[in-house]
Design a protein around this ligand. Sequence first.
Ligand code: IFM
Length: 458
Amino acid sequence: MTKPAALQTTFDPPADSVLWRKDFLIGVATAAYQIEGASEEDGRLPSIWDTFSAIPGKVLHGDTGAVACDHYHRWEEDVELISGLNVDAYRLSIAWPRVMHADGSVNEKGIAFYRQLLARLRAKGLKTFVTLYHWDLPQHLEDRGGWINRETAFRFAEYADLVSRELKGLVDAWSTLNEPWCSAMHGYGTGHHAPGKTDNKLALQAMHHLLLGHGLAMRALRRNDPTSLKGLVANVGRGTTDGDTPADLRAAELFEIQNNDWVLDPLLKQRYPAGLFELWPGTEPEVQPGDMEIIGEPMDYLGINYYFRTNVRSDGAHGYTEMPLEGVERTQMGWEVYPDGLRDLLLGFHRNYANLPPIYITENGTASDDAVVNGEVNDAQRISFLNRHLAAVDEAVKAGVKVRGYFIWSLMDNFEWAFGYERRFGIVHVDYSTQKRTLKRSAHLVRDFLAKRRAQPD
Ligand code: IFM
């Protein structure tokens, strides 16, 4: 499926690129369930992903996060790995079921793990970007309705309160949620993710409670840790059409309303976009007075995760249907490589939201079928992907969008949710039978570029 392309295999941004600026943060990212393993250790409670991945047929090859990259035991080696890449920052997530008992009290062993990890990262001079919720809801909360239950938003705020009291001073930037679109849509709409429900109306309600939880958590974070940055990480998708009818053009708009505005409008305009209910009539969530003001709590930054573009056409009714383009470059996930989409979305958000906070690209990267050959991993497609997406960010910055940094997804190969361990997103290869980490060629190039940048006079 991947179109053979002339792949760029060096990493050498032009002299006027924002990448050379030392205050433009470059980092790598991971998430707890995808790398930690140790799913039953030190009092960690089961999460919805432990339950979901144990159901036959839900995850490719029956993979689970029980061991993953064994980061819980290998964190010291992994901090050395990150620090050796010369990056400025590391983005990680905290496992809610590891740090909070079911009665709401702190699990001392769980919080101690993150305290020592964050302290070591800081000691190495790395900035810490910490996500509170990257999809691993404690199972006991799912048993009471999960994100369909309004109460979960309040439990989330209590969790944010506890963690920010415990870890205050060790975090440079907090993110409340990672990709609420995926939690709501894949968790409750398509059912591809835990907890595996399949009803768009539930997805709309889950989204409302996720966003309400975000707003309540923002207030707790601000109270407990006033000097850190606070925000949310949203995944966004570019939707275009190769059709030429007004209905096709509207289909592309509806795609972006569903994928982007559904999350960004409530956060930045305190309302859901009307087009969402044009697409899915009768799915309006229950909203209580005051909810939208809580959701619209001002953010210090917005995290943007971008991966690909989707081509759509009108479905002949009120919606869109996906029409994959032929002859385009695709990744191991089957996703189209489309760097212009990142630039265009950033420019669009800049135009559309007067109160858009500064942006960090909190995830961007690609999966490829990488293997170690004679001790080396030549991930040419990833090198080309990173070069072109970073160039797109540079274009957006030059056009006036305030982008402050960029995180590669991911530091290392890990548990790619419903695709298990088959899909490799890391710039570091992981051999899951030995847990050996091997720097891919992309990691060598990023490391060497950042060493050169550091050596430049200020
Ligand atoms: O691996 C995921 C990550 O957890 C969330 N954003 C997208 C990545 C690639 O699918």
